[in-house]
Ligand binder design. Structure first.
Ligand code: 4FV
Length: 277
């Protein structure tokens, strides 16, 4: 069992392959150290290739605003067969991720650098991820993302590591890699400098007020007989802001009828609309 995960255990990704300053439009934008580091523990590190090498995340990695290090769990396999899973005690279908390789992998990766980081385990039995939780995670300097496979984790992995259990939704996936990508994408958007103009993260859906986003329109002005709401081409920004807020409220009420309205200060309807509506 390797004492610590030496570099060759790490699957080189954007973070430790920051291109020379010359290749980044203007070098001053390369941060001296990333604002947040993600360590992903997975049996399929290559699944993240495309995800990390396009668009917003690619640029954020190039500018060293974030770092993503991938670690192959199989490197902590318990025996020469690189075994990381085994049949469930008590019988039943499928296989279970074994505790020794997973626990020792997390401990070795946490010991790679300081701080040890907050451990998150992706599992359908976790708490549902939401924007409020994403905002909290974006304040962490380091997140350790544990990706399950097979029927799931040996329960002693949870007992020993006490990770925060994260679910992206009540459906069963074939692995925790996609949920880990969801966390990396949602959290990275809140890291200063990652999005073009910082403003957009705030105006996104589920902003601080918890409102859904207002409708968006762009050219062409007329498409298959459908036009753009007049107010949006009026140039009257106060009116536009009022219309957008009204739309966001309607959509939010539509979606979360009773839940959200009472918490919005001086919402046009004051308290939740009468039940009859
Ligand atoms: C999942 C979810 C999810 C369950 C068995 C991976 C799979 C396999 N993770 N939100 N929904 N995980 O379905 O986070 O180990």
């Amino acid at each position: 069992m390797p004492a610590v995960s030496t570099p060759n255990h790490e699957v080189k990704s954007g973070s430790d392959a920051v291109p020379p300053a010359s290749s980044v439009e203007d070098s001053s934008t390369v941060a001296s150290r990333p604002l947040i580091r993600f360590d992903v523990l997975t049996l399929f590190p290559n699944l993240f290739e495309g995800f990390l090498s396009e668009s917003i995340l690619k640029r954020a990695l190039e500018r060293n605003l974030i770092a993503v290090h991938r670690h192959d769990l199989r490197n902590w396999a318990s025996n020469k067969h690189h075994q990381v899973d085994d049949r469930p005690f008590g019988g039943g279908p499928g296989m279970v991720l074994m505790a020794p390789p997973v626990v020792e992998a997390v401990e070795a990766v946490q010991a790679l650098t300081a701080p040890p980081g907050l451990v998150l385990a992706m599992t359908p039995s976790g708490r549902r991820l939401d924007q409020e939780w994403v905002r909290r995670l974006a304040t962490q300097p380091r997140l350790i993302l544990l990706c399950g496979r097979y029927e799931g984790f040996d329960e002693r992995i949870i007992e020993l590591l006490q990770p925060e259990l994260v679910s992206i939704g009540d459906y069963v996936l074939s692995g925790g890699e996609v949920p880990a990508m969801v966390v990396i994408d949602a959290v990275s958007r809140l890291i200063p400098g990652v999005l073009g103009d910082d403003q957009s993260a705030v105006e996104d859906s589920f902003g601080p007020e918890g409102l859904l986003d207002h409708p968006h329109y762009t050219r062409p002005r007329l498409y298959r007989g459908l036009s753009v709401p007049e107010v949006l081409t009026s140039g009257n920004h106060a009116e536009i802001a009022r219309w957008r807020r009204e739309q966001a409220l309607q959509r939010t009420r539509q979606r979360f009828r009773e839940a959200v309205l009472p918490t919005i200060p001086n919402a046009p309807y004051g308290s939740a609309p009468p039940a009859t509506e």
